[in-house]
Structures are given as C-alpha cells and as structure tokens.
Design a protein around this ligand. Structure first.
Ligand SMILES: *Cc1c(COP(=O)(O)O)cnc(C)c1O
Ligand SMILES: [Zn+2]
Length: 437
C-alpha cells in the first residue's frame, strides 16, 4: 500500500510509509521516495494538485496553496529581469487563499491528513505562533483534535478566520516559561495514547507541504530557479525546498541544476549563520548561541528563533547548504523593517516580519553580487496578507483551556480541564497582548 516509501539518508534502510519519524538505527532524517517520478498535477485549486508528491492517500480538501508570480516593481528596483515571488498567505487578487497567512498551513494540511490515515486521534504542537494557528485552523476544518502548547507570549498570534471549535485544545504556559518549556510539555502530552507529535522537521508531511512552494515555482516558471531566498528559523522550509528541487531534477523536465539556497537569519540570534560561516556541521552553543534569551528578546522576527534547528543531522540544513553551494546572511532589525516597507510599497501586499528578513537578504545579495541580473530567482515570501485578510474576515481569538504552571504539571489537569477548571472558564482572565513587542 502507499504511493511512497521512506528511506533513511544515513544507513539507507527503507520503511513502508506510515507516521514514522525516525530510523531504527540512527538519528538521520528520513526522505520520502514517491513511486511517481514525474509530477502530474491534479485538477484542483488547492495544494492537493501536488498529490503525487505528498505522503497521503486521500486527497486534501482545501483551497490553500502557494502561488508564484513574476515581480515587476521590486524586480525593477533591484535591476533584476527574472525575479519570481512565491507567496504563501492571503491575497485573493492573486489567487492566494491561505487564511492563516503563512506557509505553516501548507505543513498542517498534509500532517493532519497523514495522522488520520495512520490511525492517530490527535496531534500535539508546541509553537510560538504561526504553526499553532495553522494547526488550529486545520483542526477547525477537519474536526481532528489538536493540542497546542504556547509560551505566554504566543497568545497574540492565536487568532482564526473562523469560530474556534472544541477540537482545538490550547494550553498556555505561565509566566517564566519559554518556548523550550512548551516543547518539553508537548513531548509529555505526546506520550498519551492516541496523541502523536507533529514531528517538526522529522515529519515528511511537514517538509513536503512546505516543498510545494518550490514545486509551484517550477511549474509556473517551467524550470528550477537558480536561487532560492528564504528567512530561516528551523531551516525546515529550506530543507524542503532542496528536497523538492532534487525531485524536480529527477523528473527531468525542469532542468538539472539545484537552486543555490540563499538563507537569512535575524540578528542577533543567528546560530546557523554562525556555524555555517565557520564551516562547521555542529552548532556549538558557547560560540553560536551566546546569551540566547537576551538575543531572542531583541529580534524583530522572533518566529525565527529556534534553539534546536535540524542543522547538523543527516539530510538537514548543513547538507542542503553544502549540496547547493548555499549562502547565509545576517539581517539587522532595521534592515528588515526597511525591506518590509519597500516590499509592501512596491508589490502592494503586507508581509510578516520573517518575510521582511528574506527581502532584506535579497537586497544584500544583489548588493554584493551573489546573483546576476538575469538569473532566475525565487523569493519565498512565506507569510503575508494578514492586513488584507482583516478587510474580508473578522478574526476570532482562541482561548486557552488550561494554563500550565511548568512543563512538569500533572497532565490530567490539562487534558481534562473541565473537571478541574469548569470548561476552561476562569482561565480567560489572562491578559493576552501584554508581551507583544
Ligand atoms: C516559520 C516561518 C519561517 C521560518 O521557517 P523555518 O522552516 O522554521 O526555517 C519563515 N517565514 C515565516 C512566515 C514563517 O512562519
Ligand atoms: Zn538509518
């Protein structure tokens, strides 16, 4: 059964496709090998058109998909003749209908579907924002239960374009806990029967979902781009773009060269940039992550703060950068803010802060001559259109069902909150926005 197998990139072991996240023998990422070597698009509006290269059996029921268009204004500003924008967000004028406004939703649809097909009852996610919102939205659409653990400051991003459903269980960490504490609590919840971890970069459904940005670009441009620009936090999206490009190369109709990954982190928290520039596969915390709490606090695009990115692991970001002769940039808050204004003015759509970091890295790359004028460039605007969305929808807040004092709190208190807290009432008194930067 199945349209794919999973292959370990280290020992070569193959597994039948199920919700497996790890090899039995080592720590490497697994990669999906699809029976279909050539991509035949399905006739549907949403990301399900890439069904051949998604690790699912039943077709997806969503109109969410990335779009690709050729830039005129921004391209002219930089003197580029083949600048393409990959946009994941809400921009109906261009056919972009991702109502949670980031490419995280492209991960959530196939992940929830794969979970359901593997017999899972619920998925658990730890997130500071965009991922949590995406999984909550897909839960509202499909009725599949999701447990979401957010640190205190993640709550302001927990809105939906529809009424929240009972299938969404939002757990908020109390003050003094950070993203790592949220991850630790989520790991404990994932031990409960029927609940599966979303798996992060280890989950091929997440990578393949994000990889559709590259697929959409290649079928639109009719070739693999020469360069791929993205702001990275975990690097999963860039790994996904690399894997999608490998598949396109093997397809044979899109050229035989992989795109050069040109990736950006937001200063001062730049562990992957620091390790990559030192030529190291390993991230050494004492060198690459000095003062993480302080540095993360100072970031404009805090969505990009990941302390344990899949960088060193086989098949991870170090391998992706090496294979594509990639480059990394460090972007200051001011550079990102300036780039945001420039992009929004020229292209006419609002973008999220990480995407501003991506635009700033393109500016840098052009300045130092890392792209040539006529090169085919894909700029991944991985999030945008939230202001545009507000013109068409009224957004609702998701309320927490429980407040976790710390990552070791007894799980019964969280998972059956009605028993302990009376349907989560009493918990709504927390102030939501006090930690917005
Ligand atoms: C998550 C996110 C990123 C970073 O993606 P990674 O896969 O974590 O590197 C960039 N832009 C936006 C809008 C995001 O939501
Ligand atoms: Zn292995």
């Amino acid at each position: 059964m199945g349209n794919y197998t999973l292959k370990c990139l280290q020992c070569g072991c193959e597994y039948q496709g199920d919700y497996r996240l790890k090899c039995d023998h080592d720590d490497s990422l697994l990669r999906a090998n699809y029976h279909a070597k050539q991509l035949a698009l399905k006739k549907t509006q949403g990301m399900g058109k890439f069904y051949d290269w998604l690790p699912i059996h039943e077709q997806l029921d969503t109109n969410a998909a990335p779009i690709t268009y050729k830039s005129e204004e921004l391209a002219r500003e930089f003197g580029l003749t083949n600048l393409y924008i990959g946009f994941s967000g809400y921009w109906p004028e261009r056919g972009a209908l991702i109502k949670t406004c980031s490419f995280k939703e492209l991960e959530a649809h196939p992940t929830m579907q794969r979970l359901k097909e593997s017999g899972g009852k619920a998925v658990v996610v730890a997130s500071v924002g965009n991922t949590a919102r995406s999984f909550a939205h897909v839960s509202a659409m499909t009725g599949i239960d999701v447990y979401i653990v957010v640190p205190r400051c993640g709550l302001s991003r927990m809105w939906l374009p529809e009424e929240p459903t009972d299938s969404i269980h939002l757990i908020r960490m109390a003050e003094g806990n950070d993203y790592t504490d949220a991850i630790n609590l989520a790991d404990r919840i994932a031990q409960l029967p029927g609940i599966m971890p979303e798996g992060g970069a280890r989950n091929v459904a997440r990578r393949e979902g994000m990889g559709t940005v590259m697929l959409d670009a290649a079928v639109t441009i009719k070739r693999i781009p020469d360069h791929y620009f993205q702001a990275v936090g975990s690097g999963t999206g860039a790994i996904a773009a690399w894997e999608a490009a490998i598949r396109l190369r093997d397809d044979g109709r899109f050229g035989n060269r992989l795109p050069k990954l040109q990736l950006a982190q937001n200063l001062p928290f730049v562990p992957m940039l620091s390790a990559w520039n030192a030529g190291r596969r390993d991230i050494v915390p004492k060198i690459d992550m000095l003062n993480p709490k302080k540095h993360i606090d100072e970031m404009y695009a805090d969505v990009l703060s990941n302390r344990a990115p899949p960088y060193s692991v086989s098949g991870g970001l170090f391998d992706a950068l090496t294979d594509t002769k990639g480059l990394m940039y460090g972007i200051t808050n001011d550079e990102a803010k300036e780039a945001k204004t420039l992009f929004e003015t020229l292209e006419g759509i609002d973008i999220l802060s990480p995407s501003a970091v991506a635009v700033a890295s393109l500016i840098k790359s052009v300045d130092v001559g890392n792209v040539a004028k006529d090169d085919v460039i894909l700029l991944n605007i991985a999030g945008g259109g939230t202001e545009r969305l507000k013109e068409d929808y009224s957004l609702t807040k998701i309320h927490p069902i429980a407040n976790a004092k710390n990552p070791d709190v007894p799980l019964e208190e969280l998972i059956q909150p009605d028993k302990y807290f009376g349907a989560g009432a009493g918990l709504l008194e927390f102030d939501d926005d006090e930690c917005e930067r």
